[in-house]
Write a protein that binds this ligand. Structure first.
Ligand code: AMP
Ligand code: GLY
Length: 428
């Protein structure tokens, strides 16, 4: 069959790479894709933007697409799954109403509280003065979140009252995030270790994915500004089998039951961002209605089941309860452009030398790249994600950084310590 993958990042390159391994698949179209997706077997890019839903449906009809897999949240929140359903084409991704779990922070918080799923205490505001009064009462540190989608920039952790107040003024009075900041969620600052917990959901059924952890801060030691994620690895040692059971029982199962109870049928990837405290209690920081980026890249390297068969089973109501994974560890390091996560350079030619090691254990996923003639040039802030599969986190880390030694462009930079927590645990 022909399938369409919507998106253009490292996540979509990893999904396309994995989908290409499926015997069910004849052709994969990626809209709009990147230089990496265009080089995969069976795969070609289509120049349609992720939010041009009418054009995506027209293309799908003309090219006998039988399944659409949606990467990013933007089109889901706009209703791409509803539009494909109406067009009679299978689509793996939640409907607009359920995608509100990511599209509106206050919707997500109300859902969490209503279904007694552990999360930070909060209040929501659209007026400045009551928000300031609340912050004065709660004290700092405190977390301020724009209610809507703000391209990953809408979360501010305020370490002083002055910073909290000026942040509120920027968002509520000066429209820093436009409509997405018409209201804010103000939330208790949680401490602990973060983990990403993703699953495939099909109405009442759930298939948990391998656990993972990403590094959101820009610089080594988890310092510096927040980014989309500078690297990730799977499994996350903090999610041992006891923690896995606890997360399923206290977060994932109540989430699935809650969606059912609220009349929000959900078919698609679901991502719970968790903070696990010193007592071992996992709390939900956020939901995403999609896979994580860069977590997807190492996760796809460990998945041994047929991704396309799983997506079809989900849409057809026969999602199995588990998938096959290799026991090995996968770790990915993001290579970023000069200036990221602020304004960054584009159009730099990327030099690749032959990669070291066993080719099947190293994979370079493209994120912000495009082809320029025979060259590959940078076109985004996060440019590549270099992944390695090995028998330990330490070995995967060593192999990933060895591969990075073969890649270069002017201004390329990366974190040097991806996976450090897991490596420390491994070394006892
Ligand atoms: P988000 O955009 O919701 O993924 O938030 C970005 C990052 O901000 C998260 O990955 C956490 O590191 C941090 N964060 C968000 N909410 C909280 C919270 N309530 N307490 C502590 N850290 C938080
Ligand atoms: N890496 C975090 C996210 O995709 O939201």
């Amino acid at each position: 069959m022909n399938i369409l993958i919507v998106g253009e990042g490292g996540r979509e390159h990893a999904l396309a790479w994995k989908a290409a391994q499926s015997d069910l698949v004849e052709s994969i179209f990626v809209a709009p894709g990147n230089a990496g997706t265009s080089q995969e077997a069976k795969t070609q890019n289509v120049a349609i933007s992720v939010e041009d839903i009418d054009a995506l449906i027209k293309f799908s009809r003309e090219n006998e697409v039988e399944l659409c897999i949606v990467g990013p949240e933007g089109p889901l929140v706009l209703g791409i799954a509803d539009a494909f359903a109406k067009a009679g084409i299978k689509c793996f991704g939640p409907r607009k109403a359920a995608a509100q779990l990511e599209g509106s922070k206050s919707f997500a918080k109300e859902f969490l509280i209503r279904h007694r799923i552990p999360t930070a205490t909060y209040a929501a505001f659209s007026e400045l003065q009551p928000a300031i009064d609340y912050i004065r009462k709660q004290g700092i540190p405190i977390v301020i979140k724009a209610d809507g989608l703000a391209a990953g920039k809408g979360v501010i952790i305020a370490h002083s009252e002055a910073q909290a107040i000026s942040t509120l003024e920027d968002i509520l009075d000066n429209s820093l995030f436009g409509e997405a900041g018409a209201s804010v969620v103000i939330e208790e600052f949680l401490q602990g270790e973060e983990a990403s917990f993703m699953c495939m959901v099909a109405d009442g059924r759930v298939l948990p994915f391998a656990s993972s952890q990403d590094h959101k801060a820009a610089y080594d030691g988890d310092k510096g500004p927040n980014t989309g994620g500078m690297g990730a690895y799977t499994p996350a040692p903090v999610v041992d089998s006891a923690m896995f059971e606890k997360i399923m029982a206290s977060v994932i199962e109540p989430t699935i039951a809650g969606l059912q109870a609220d009349g929000l049928p959900y078919t698609g990837f679901l991502y719970a961002g968790l903070m696990i405290d010193e007592q071992g209690i996992p709390r939900v920081i956020e939901y995403n209605c999609r896979m994580g980026d860069p977590e997807t890249q190492p996760i796809m390297m460990r998945l041994e089941s047929d991704l396309v068969a799983l997506c079809l089973a989900a849409v057809d109501g026969t999602l199995p309860e588990s998938a096959e994974w290799t026991d090995r560890v996968a770790l990915g390091v993001v290579l970023a452009a000069k200036g990221y996560p602020g304004g960054y350079e584009k159009g730099r030619k990327i030099e690749f030398d032959e990669l070291p090691g066993n080719a099947s254990d190293i994979k370079v996923f493209h994120a912000g790249t495009r082809a320029r003639g025979a060259d590959t040039v940078t076109s985004g802030g996060r440019v590549l994600c270099v992944c390695a599969l090995a028998d330990s986190t330490k070995a995967a880390q060593t192999e990933a950084y060895r591969a990075i030694g073969q890649i270069n462009w002017p201004g390329m930079w990366f974190r040097n310590d991806i996976g450090y927590r897991a490596v420390k645990r491994e070394q006892g």
